[in-house]
Design a protein around this ligand. Sequence first.
Ligand code: IMP
Ligand code: MG
Length: 173
Amino acid sequence: MEKEILISKAAIKERVSELAAQISLDYAGKEPILIGILKGAIFFFADLMREISIPTKMDFMRASSYGSNTHSSGSVHLTKDVELPIQGRPVIIVEDIVDSGLTLAYIKENLEGRGVESLRICALIDKHERREREVPVDYCGFKIEEGFLVGYGLDCNEEYRYLPAIYVLKENS
Ligand code: IMP
Ligand code: MG
């Protein structure tokens, strides 16, 4: 499939540093647990965590939603859960992209039900076009209106994750 560059490697790096600086300020004196949502958030998570200047801990969750390659269906379930104790801890969810919001809404409610001290969401990309559930994105890398994005961890049917920049897939190609 043809693709066109949307966000360069340098632009990602710069924005990740800005997000990390903001999180470091907001959580000064705390040790938040960063929960990465596998697999798409993997590079964003790794780059962000290294740029945050305060101590943090890492954990991961994986959610699956049945649906086609480019639309989530809304029925979300967890296929991997966190392993660290999170009760009473400040938690930041690190996600690649918010589209309908169904995945994050599910994960957010699930984690809130476990008595975390606080919960914020950090997403590299906020794609507003198809939002069905309002989820607050406290730390947002880039806002885009539409398009299906790949690269920097984002996939289309498990392809393109390895690309170091973010591309938009061209339809009908
Ligand atoms: P949501 O539940 O519709 O918000 O979808 C969230 C998940 O769908 C993300 O975690 C991604 O894995 C995937 N997704 C949504 N939009 C895109 C995209 O443009 N490119 C790649 N994956 C996407
Ligand atoms: Mg994902």
